[in-house]
Write a protein that binds this ligand. Sequence first.
Ligand code: UDX
Length: 446
Amino acid sequence: MKIAVVGTGYVGLVTGTCFAEVGIDVTCIDIDQKKIDNLHKGILPIYEPGLEEMVSRNVEKGRLHFSTNLGEAIKECDVAFIAVGTPPGEDGSADLKYVLAVARGIGENIDQYCVVVTKSTVPVGTASKVSAEIAKALDKRGADVAFDVASNPEFLKEGAAIDDFLKPDRIVVGISSARAEEVMSRLYKPFLLNGHPIIFMDIPSAEMTKYAANSMLATKISFMNDIANLCEIMGADVNMVRRGIGSDARIGTKFIYPGIGYGGSCFPKDVKALIKTAQENGYDMQVLRAVESVNDAQKSVLYDKLSRHFDGKLEGLKIAVWGLSFKPKTDDMREAPSLVIIEKLLEAGCTVSAYDPVAMPEAKHSLGDRITYAKDEYDTLLDADALLVVTEWPDFRSPNFAVVGRLLKQKAIFDGRNIYDAAELKELGYTYHCIGVKTDHKEVVA
Ligand code: UDX
């Protein structure tokens, strides 16, 4: 089989490379010449564990190609994935101009049957717009070439994307013809060896599935953040409550960890988009509006705890921050809680010394030289008044607390990810604040 993947961002690159990995001939296409030149040199635009080696292995094997020439690559393809960006437009809804431009390009160039698949997260109804755009372009050149569109949402987690792709829980494909179903079944066969299903459905349902999945997960997180905040007020321990409810299989143990709010490229954008789509169609997604506002508030809880600890007198303090990316194993800073926390610290007149194992170059784009970037986690601590743990990188899980205590001016840790043991830190003489877990300090939640 031969496929093209248009867009060499996160989704496109992982998708293309994983298909090549099982022996399919893949061309990844991007209009950005520099990106393509870099990919030829083995330089990737994103960080994802294991991806660099997988790209170079498949390039060497001659089954993964990079090109800026959509027309050329599309000609002999059985399947073309559209995986370009859908940035939020001025009103917050996904801007489809890149998706539709690719659809046009496909219509201008295909000369044999092809399944055109939307892989970018697009609003319900997009596949039919893509189909109309291709038909228009075919019409213009007077060509009569059969094609189908399909919707194939991705459920990749950053940091675990390769594993998620190679061993998916499920593959969801929206189709409108038996021919497209046959092609997509053949394409995904190598990934279904673990017995997990490929679920075919109509196209609008597939498009909706993506939003429903991410919104449900975001709901679990906001719900648990609410419960954690209430635990603090009521003297309960969210770790106990989490175990207590997670052992009910109907609830499950995953995605019920409280913290400082969800971030990243998917949850915030998709929750917003679904609220908006519903509104435009006269429906109010009440639960999701609450999910969003709980999440916005949650990004400030660590700062609020710090502020209470210092009686609101934060001016002139030096604060150490461990972790900047929205979650571990990625350099993605999109909607990262660290950005909200650091802006608040700077506004209050603190100086900030931060360390992140991979996200510092990315963080510099938005934070510039307003904070200091340390050479490692310990380097943030010298003369700092408190330590804030913002991202739960494995590197931070078991620090040498004796060294941490010697470097800090005050033994105060504010842990936004609940990665430390409250009793152990108390024993070591620390003041320890975390999210909804019982410590010795009476939490006063405003
Ligand atoms: C998510 C979805 O998991 C994935 O299926 C979809 O394709 C894209 O969006 P990703 O954004 O990479 O993936 O990260 P994920 O690991 O799901 O975490 C999202 C956010 O939720 C992070 O900010 C994380 O810190 C937070 N989170 C997650 C919690 O606060 N608590 C949890 O229990 C789980």
